[in-house]
Ligand binder design. Structure first.
Ligand code: TRP
Ligand code: SF4
Length: 329
């Protein structure tokens, strides 16, 4: 039986961190066996908010593909490509922009949130309002059946379905399937300051962290804010360090730590050291893989250009069908 197809993308704004791993990549990896996966670098999407600081975008492309492979995404099973290398995305975005009512974009909750949250940047641009139209082009270009994304992106997939429906209705043939949202559970891991882990907050632990920096960052992590003194009992259920333990530390040790935290038997300094050891052990093979790939950049470039070719072949065919339907062949 033919595998169903999924598409997902990431904006290239620097090397990846643990938030990306638990908020997306583990899910992407889980899906790679059962689905035909297209994972891409959304560099044009990055431009919508980073238009004044474009250098980071181009610089991050290879790094991110290296991060993907280092955590276990398999370029033999998945297609990795770069959005801006498939010009058909721009063409389909343009056509979709003709049929997308402004009201659909203006009411988008993610759009409204981001305008507020990223208030230091001027996001009142035409391109930023059209962000989900470009995303719909990314997804429908490949006639994806599913889109693995976090909760914040669900409205964009919903809009993609609406655009597909409208296109199919206007041009009289169900060319585009309506893709499902494959929701990734939100990662419990917060940044070292207890806010959402994000590069722009400068609170993230990156995949390419050296072990020295890793110990330093873990040392700075905010724990149970109510626990002021070593003699105060703590509450692991509100402690971000404990959330990391649950993922990176052996189960018996985790249970012991929870007990000793509640009785003030263990101090935060020691507790963090144990966590950093577990995390470091998890990061070691990821770092090794990265080093091997960095020493063989030719291979990385090849993986990307092969992926681009595979994606392009499908995109060209979809655009042929689209132009035929709208009679602009
Ligand atoms: N908007 C997505 C994000 O910020 C990235 C993205 C762009 C995407 N195009 C996509 C995700 C298509 C899924 C499908 O995370
Ligand atoms: Fe968190 Fe560990 Fe400190 Fe308890 S002992 S508050 S789990 S860091």
């Amino acid at each position: 039986m033919k595998k169903k197809r999924i598409v997902s993308g990431m904006r290239p704004t620097g090397k990846l961190h643990l938030g990306h791993v638990h908020g997306a990549l583990i899910n992407w990896k889980r899906l790679q066996e059962g689905f035909e996966c297209f994972y891409f670098i959304a560099d044009w999407h990055a431009l919508t908010s980073e238009y004044a600081n474009t250098q980071i975008i181009g610089e991050s492309v290879n790094d991110i593909v290296i991060d993907w492979i280092s955590v276990g995404l398999d370029p033999e099973q998945c297609t990795f490509f770069v959005q801006s290398q498939i010009k058909e995305h721009a063409e389909l975005h343009l056509i979709f922009s003709m049929i997308t009512p402004l009201a659909w974009l203006e009411r988008n909750p993610t759009y409204k949130d981001q305008l507020k949250e990223l208030s230091q940047k001027d996001l009142t641009t035409y391109g930023f309002l059209g962000y989900p139209v470009l995303q719909a082009a990314d997804i429908l270009m490949y006639k994806a059946n599913g889109v693995p994304v976090g909760e914040d992106q669900a409205p964009h997939v919903e809009l993609t379905r609406e655009i597909a429906r409208r296109f199919n209705h206007l041009y009289g043939r169900p060319l585009f399937p309506e893709p499902d949202t494959l929701l990734t559970p939100t990662s419990k891991l917060l940044g070292i300051d207890r806010r959402k882990m994000s590069k722009s907050y400068n609170n993230s632990i990156s995949l390419s962290e050296t072990d020295e920096d890793l110990y330093k960052k873990v040392g700075q992590m905010i724990t149970d804010p109510q626990r002021m003194r070593r003699t105060d009992p703590g509450d692991p259920s509100v402690c971000n360090v404990y959330s990391f333990h649950e993922i990176y530390t052996e189960k018996d040790t985790v249970e012991k730590i929870a007990k000793e935290c509640r009785s003030a038997g263990i101090g935060c300094v020691e507790c963090k050291k144990i966590m950093a050891q577990g995390l470091n052990k998890w990061l070691e093979p990821v770092r090794d893989k990265r080093k091997a790939l960095e020493a063989d950049m030719k291979k990385v470039t090849e993986i990307i250009s092969d992926g681009n070719s595979r994606a392009r072949a499908i995109a060209v065919e979809t655009m042929r069908e689209v132009k035929e339907l709208i009679k602009l062949a």
